[in-house]
Design a protein around this ligand. Structure first.
Ligand code: XUL
Ligand code: CO
Length: 435
């Protein structure tokens, strides 16, 4: 039986680029074959439980603006109503995946035993809905940043009891993710960092975090979870300095603690911007190391400097991101999650639907542009030409040589390189033909 929350809103369908219906897909056509695969299987869209259903519209200066029938979110009956509404939205949108934190789906009641009981109950309930034809779980994760117990960190907390509570919490969330057939398990360390070095033993905290992540990987193998463990970089907010600053920092961390073959990255567009990078930079760094896992495709406001978690609406940005994803072989267990929320004045159920429709459509449009660029091959040809010198036997031999021998060759052959254009504008014009 319908909850009636989305009353009057029909299932969203593909109507093509000329449609003027704001509740139709103009570019996202799940069954369209692009580069040999259905678009739905390429993009693997997921709705995020936290922003779409749990978030109540607060900002630093004001409280709740959304008034939903499942508020206040403190008992199991309303948690189930929220799940009912969630599956209605999944059905309206036709998304193949969703994601959650434990705290989004269960009521928060305090003790670990209570949290465990309610998590198990609600994930059984969600499991029944999945079996009845609902979408699959892209990833589960633990919220170890909202409750006051996490204020000084989770695995990096100076109090070993918080480390223990974090270990128990992650175990329970991995169990629940495994039970629901989740494709990945994510760890984002919002409070794994510091406010001031005056009270922080940075080296000890990093060691604890490295040990914690090794326990997560060991547990994954113990229970036979086949999904991918992902960490999600972000430079700051809520912590002043977060340890998982960006893709490169995470990769260094994973290598130091022996996790480079076990853990991949969940990259978020807005986090890339906060770190002073473009999204495609973060994707390319992860891809170069074979550590590209999944993405959170939500942008920030470029003026405010906050993590505003907005739905994407910039085709060229999205196109370049998918270009690098496609170039590295596309998603395996990962997908496109909208870690995005509507603005706090967008209080209607229709706003929730329209936000996802727009986000999915922009992604589809950018994705098709990316596929067309890759199939055309213009960028790859230009890249090959630019690095062609390295194809010679002499250049390759140099990499196995030493400074002295190279210096001798420079003298003997009078090596005197002639600068060549990087052709940036020509390449930018090329990209603009597709977006
Ligand atoms: C916060 C953020 C998280 C993670 C999951 O900025 O991105 O929601 O995606 O914990
Ligand atoms: Co995120």
């Amino acid at each position: 039986m319908s909850t009636g929350f989305f009353e009057g809103i029909e299932k969203v369908v593909y109507e093509g680029p000329d449609s003027t219906n704001p509740m139709a897909y103009r570019h996202y056509n799940p069954d369209e074959i692009v580069m040999g695969k259905r678009m739905e299987e390429h993009l693997r869209f997921a709705v995020a439980w936290w922003h779409t259903f749990a978030w109540e519209g607060q900002d630093p200066f004001g409280g709740q603006t959304f008034v939903r029938p499942w508020h206040p979110q403190d008992d199991m009956e309303r948690a189930k109503l929220k799940a009912d509404v969630a599956f209605e939205l999944f059905d309206i949108l036709g998304v193949p995946y969703f994601c959650w934190h434990d705290a989004d789906i269960r009521p928060e009641q305090g003790s670990f035993a209570e949290n465990l009981r309610t998590l198990n109950e609600i994930t059984d309930y969600i499991g029944e809905k999945m079996e009845a034809g609902g979408p699959d779980l892209l990833w589960g994760t633990a919220n170890m940043f909202s409750h006051r117990r996490w204020m000084g960190g989770a695995s990096t907390n100076p109090d070993p009891d918080v480390f223990a509570f974090a270990a128990a919490t992650v175990k329970s969330c991995m169990d629940a993710t495994h039970k629901l057939g989740g494709q990945n398990y994510v760890l984002w360390g919002g409070r794994e960092g510091y406010e001031t070095l005056l009270n922080t033993d940075l080296g000890a905290e990093l060691d604890h975090m490295g040990r914690f992540l090794n326990m997560v990987v060991d547990y994954k193998h113990k229970i036979g979870f086949k999904g991918t463990i992902l960490v999600e970089p972000k430079p700051q907010e809520p912590s002043k300095h977060q340890y998982d600053f960006d893709a490169a920092t995470c990769i260094g961390f994973l290598r130091k603690y022996g996790l480079e073959n076990e853990v991949k990255l969940n990259l978020e567009q807005g986090h890339a911007i906060l770190a002073g990078h473009s999204f495609e930079h973060e994707i390319a760094v992860a891809a170069a190391e074979g550590m590209l896992g999944s993405i959170d495709m939500n942008r920030n406001d470029y003026q405010s400097g906050w993590d505003t978690d907005q739905f994407p609406n910039n085709t060229p940005e999205v196109a370049l991101a998918y270009y690098h994803i496609l170039k590295s072989g596309g998603f395996a267990s990962g997908g496109t999650n909208f870690d995005a929320k509507v603005r706090r004045q967008s209080i209607d159920p229709a706003d929730l639907v329209a936000a996802h429709v727009g986000g999915m459509d922009i992604c589809a449009r950018g994705f098709k542009a990316a596929a067309a660029m890759l199939e055309d091959g213009g960028l790859e040809t230009a890249l090959k030409e630019r690095y062609a010198g390295w194809e010679s036997a002499e250049a390759q031999a140099m990499l196995g040589s030493d400074l002295g021998s190279i210096a001798q060759r420079v003298l003997d052959d009078n090596v005197n390189p002639e600068p060549r254009s990087g052709r940036q504008e020509i390449l930018e014009n090329y990209v603009n033909r597709f977006v």
